[in-house]
Design a protein around this ligand. Structure first.
Ligand code: SF4
Length: 336
């Protein structure tokens, strides 16, 4: 779909831009339970819940309402047992979210005498609350002029201002947050932030933006919306083949400290060159990804006679006390 050229600049015609967006929102806004309240606790719960769970799932299972029925305020959740909060979060996954909700409630009671902070900068001091969530609670609950940037808003702003800095780069983030603040309507931050977000969810979608019916098309600078926003090129993976020894004696396992840049500070299985084992069949083979490496690891059960003298090894009994990369820990668990 061809996008009509912009006739006006959103920042130079800012009042008209805001009016167009807010008029559209007043006629088209969707109704969500968290939009029907200005209770900061309820809004914080909704924001945390929606971080890794879709709106459809939260709505269809009435997750938000049920959670608030059980924990209607910060006092109730602050006093609840961990078992109880985890049970209430069942099915939503990423359980650290609910642990942080409880910690935030306790923090507000201890540090702010139970009074919910209004300002984004103070909200950011709560456990697990980042810049976006702090801005969302501050603007949605307290109508404070706090800008927000989530994936939808970053896309809309990149297109509106024809921004070509990668949105996942430091400079790109800085620019988008600044523009979000510049565009924000201080007369009604709550509505404005919701409207900008909803524009991204419904019309200014990633693949096929509906520019012809967009309420702010007159202000939108990009001619190629499908190409925006720009993201940094994906990390290139380095493929590595590794051959490691597995020597277990009296429930102790032979490990050596890692010194290369990938494993510095972590304990690893002793490695050898592939030719050292050309006469043996591997005990097991594993594939895993760690940072920017795709590793294929073959494991050989060998006797001490195969070890190279001069290398530092240690027979370890308590693996839990040592730093070991998660994939290696999983492999060891299969063999112990
Ligand atoms: S849908 Fe997005 S890209 Fe299209 S005119 Fe609206 S803001 Fe611009």
């Amino acid at each position: 779909m061809e996008k009509p050229s912009a006739r006006r600049h959103p920042l130079k015609n800012i009042r008209a831009f805001r009016n167009s967006l807010l008029k559209w929102f007043s006629e088209n806004s969707k109704s969500y339970p968290w939009r029907e309240t200005t209770d900061p606790w309820a809004i914080l719960v909704s924001e945390i819940m929606l971080q890794q769970t879709t709106v459809a799932s939260v709505i269809s299972h009435q997750r938000f309402e049920k959670f608030l029925e059980e924990f209607p305020d910060i006092e109730t959740i602050a006093a609840a047992s961990e078992e109880k909060i985890l049970r209430a979060w069942e099915g939503l996954g990423y359980y650290n979210r609910v642990r942080n909700l409880q910690k935030s409630a306790q923090f507000i009671l201890d540090e702010f005498n139970g009074k919910f902070p209004r300002h984004a900068s103070t909200l950011e001091s709560l456990p697990g609350i980042g810049r976006y969530t702090a801005g969302a609670v501050s603007s949605f609950a307290f109508n404070q002029p706090s800008p927000i940037v989530d994936g939808n808003i970053a896309r809309v702003i990149s297109r509106l201002l024809d921004q070509h800095l990668p949105i996942d780069s430091t400079n790109g983030q800085k620019a988008i947050w600044k523009y979000s603040g510049d565009l924000l309507d201080h007369r009604n931050p709550r509505l404005f932030n919701s409207a900008l977000m909803e524009l991204g969810q419904t019309l200014c979608t990633p693949r096929s933006p509906s520019c012809l019916i967009c309420p702010v098309r007159d202000f939108c600078k990009t001619e190629t919306p499908e190409r925006l926003p720009i993201k940094k090129p994906r990390k290139k993976f380095i493929t590595v083949e590794e051959h490691a020894l597995l020597w277990i004696q009296d429930d102790k396992i032979l490990l050596s400290p890692g010194h290369d840049s990938r494993r510095k500070g972590f304990w690893k299985l002793p490695l050898r060159a592939a030719e050292d084992y050309s006469h043996l069949s591997p005990l097991s083979k594993h594939r895993y990804v760690i940072t920017n490496h795709k590793v294929s690891l073959s494991l050989y059960r060998v006797k001490p006679a195969h070890l190279i003298s001069g290398e530092k090894y240690q027979l370890i009994s308590d693996l839990l006390t040592l730093p070991i990369a998660t994939p290696i820990r999983k492999i060891l668990a299969e063999h112990l």
